[in-house]
Design a protein around this ligand. Structure first.
Ligand SMILES: Cc1cc2nc3c(=O)[nH]c(=O)nc-3n(C[C@H](O)[C@H](O)[C@H](O)COP(=O)(O)O)c2cc1C
Length: 220
């Protein structure tokens, strides 16, 4: 059985280009993976609460000395981490908001990247004391943006902090690399947007087919 954790970060549901792109990927993966379990988290519609001082104190308190109140504070985080742990493939649909990730997705990240749960910290490791706990997962980002040209040497090179941020977090989510497909030019609504839409959905179908092949090969 393959388990997908599907996260949707757009605050809009109807007409969301990133959700539709993730749907195409998921539907095509489902075609070749009969035994597909999907865990869904809509962090666009229902964002997790923002972590605060109580949350951080509770997270850093050793498990055996945590108070009942602290355990309660971490309950949602525990559930979200269980969902992440169960996933073979993490599928994130997300728009670019103000050149970064939507607040709901950032709230999810802060809830799941947690000491002793998703990473360990040891100063004996020198200048890189953090080490991820999870591994062997696949990460896919289905993105959407109003503008375009965020690739190397392009017009908006260096401005897509959603992609850069998720790439930095990839290891902590238990994946080695991030596959990225995206619809661009949404704000221009011209032929370039139509082409981008068509290309992105084609890439989503191709990526689903390729990753399904890799899943089958790993299971054989
Ligand atoms: C609050 C907000 C901020 C946005 N900021 C950016 C931005 O910084 N750069 C960009 O290219 N597009 C930006 N956009 C456009 C969205 O990325 C675009 O509309 C995308 O299609 C939204 O995703 P969705 O279709 O899945 O809802 C922004 C849109 C909104 C609503």
């Amino acid at each position: 059985m393959t388990t997908i954790l599907r996260l949707d970060a757009s605050t809009r549901v109807s007409g969301s280009l990133s959700r539709a792109l993730a749907d195409t990927f998921q539907e095509n993966l489902a075609k070749s993976q009969q035994d597909l379990k999907v865990i869904r988290r809509d962090v666009g519609k229902n964002p997790p609460f923002l972590i605060d001082e109580d949350w951080i104190t509770a997270a850093f308190e050793p498990e055996n000395t945590r108070s009942d109140t602290q355990k309660e504070v971490l309950k949602l985080s525990d559930t979200l981490i269980e969902e992440l742990q169960a996933a073979d493939l993490i599928l994130i649909s997300s728009p670019l908001y103000n050149y970064g990730m939507p607040a709901g997705l950032k709230a999810w990240v802060d809830q799941v990247i947690r000491i002793g749960k998703t990473f360990t910290f040891d100063l004996a490791r020198g200048d890189r004391p953090l080490e991820p706990i999870f591994s062997g997962k696949t990460l896919v980002l289905a993105g959407a943006s109003g503008e375009f040209g965020f690739g190397p040497g392009e017009l908006n090179d260096g401005r897509n902090h959603l992609v850069a941020h998720l790439q930095t977090l990839t290891g902590y989510l238990g994946a080695r690399e991030m596959h990225h497909i995206a619809v661009e030019y949404q704000e221009f609504k011209d032929a370039r947007h139509a082409r981008s839409l068509e290309n992105a959905h084609r890439e989503a179908r191709e990526l689903a087919k390729r990753l399904a092949g890799e899943i089958d090969a790993a299971a054989a």
